[in-house]
Write a protein that binds this ligand. Sequence first.
Ligand SMILES: [Zn+2]
Length: 592
Amino acid sequence: MARYKQSSINEVSRRSNLAELVSGYVHLKRNGTSHIGLCPFHKEKTPSFHVDEDKQLFYCFGCGAGGNVFDFVMRAENLDFVDALQFLAQRAGVTLEEEQQSGGRHDRDAEQRKRLLELNRLAARHFYENLSKPSAKIAVDYMNKRGLDKKTAIKFGVGFAQESWSDLLDAMQAKGFTKDELVLAGLAVKNEKGRVYDKFRNRLMFPIIDVRGNVIGFSGRALGDDAAKYMNSPETPVFHKGRNLFALNLAKQSGLKEGIILVEGNMDVVSLYQRGITNVVAGLGTALTEEQARLLKRYASQVYVCYDGDEAGQKAAQKAIGLLTEAGNVVKVVSFTGAKDPDEYILKNGPESFRALLKEAHESVEYKLLRLRKQYDIYDLSQKISFLNEAAGVLAEIDSEVAREAYMKRISAETDITVEAIRAEVLKLVYYRNKKQVNKELLKERTPERLTQDRADLSHGQSTATYKTERTLLNLIFYHRRAFEFAKEKVQAEWFSGELHRQLFSQIMAFRAENDDPHAAEFLTGLSEETVKQAATSLLYINFEGDSLQGIKEAASKLETEYLRKQAVKLAGEGKVKEANEIYRRLNERRG
Ligand SMILES: [Zn+2]
């Protein structure tokens, strides 16, 4: 992959006008130095998407999407950084200068990736060509039986792996690839005796294609009576199961404003797609991963979970819902009867009926309550109590007070238990949850999990007083020289309550030390982690009014006090009463 000079990147950034660029995607209204419009990244009726002319930043107060001009293009066009950079360079008429190449490991890895992607592409073509051979009858019969038409098969690049130990090996070796490369690509297997043979045999082959159109792996559906119904490529230098989704490339093209449908099997995807439901993807044979959940969040604001109707499918759905919700997705659950999977359902009932299912899809809380409701007979008193206990657990997880109240009322009507009684039960759980949370906060050291916690805090939009103070402080340091000078002398990283802000503090301090005239947009270019970037955008978007030195003094004092207080509690908890009291003495002195 090409590496470009930072000076080139900065030039592209300076010569691109973010507001003008965004105007090509959404209608923006000017309001001072701000431009406001409907967010292109989530569905909304009232505009909460802002572009700041001076700062060259965008930020959505609805979904939290934000960043500089590169981030906007990466999101809007679904490109990676280098592609976005090239896109903008061309637009701004900037010639990108490459970093001097060292010829090191980086290049060899890049070269290897290129070879493997080319091998995969040719293998996909080979499988596709196999389909028109007489030996492919078994595959063609299967496709006919499943009602898969030719157009769709071509769209997905469906192919056939012959019942042979070396069909693909021979074909690819003839094109100049080595056996080792085929093994590395996961297309061939080497046994203990060193014999190399085709991994996929007698299978209907689905290439797995990333959003940039590269064939990164394969998923093969058994045509004979192989025990493994689906077989996927193993992890390879170009294929990471947990980070990709089947058919995301096609779903992306179809537009995902209405949300994205997540199903279990490739055949479900293909079948729905053929019948006009194109915003659909599948996991890759394993349970949904955290990374996949985040990937979905990047592409759609709403995820419809539509898993198989059997017990295993419903269990997997529960897990997926948890992960998706944690990643900040709005999750709806599609349930159907009279069919074992979405493929069979749409075959039997047609696309309109499937669309109706989407409309009726339940929000995940509703879904959980519905399942509970079915499990218990609420006309039996003891079962009614069990139902209430479980339902209270579900409701306690809801952050919105309004939503919680609405559900309580409904359950009350259904069960004839007073709202007050339900509320008491729910609040008890909320109280314990908060208490546990606070204890955890106090005892937690700087662990990697801490970052995940911050991420969760952010996605829940929680902004406690401390959080706000920290944000103000970081904003002041970034934009105001006097505040930066003050921070250099007085502010300590450990005062910040979370790893995320701690990390941003040190990054801002480092950036500030190098840049006397700091540009927020340029600072963001240097941040690689999405969570950090979003947090940075949202806090740099603030405009502080008032005296910056006074502002930072107040903020710093608040944070230090808070920090000392926590230290004291921690010390007391460890039995170090004397030390704890010493801190309290100092705190009191300060106040007095
Ligand atoms: Zn938004």
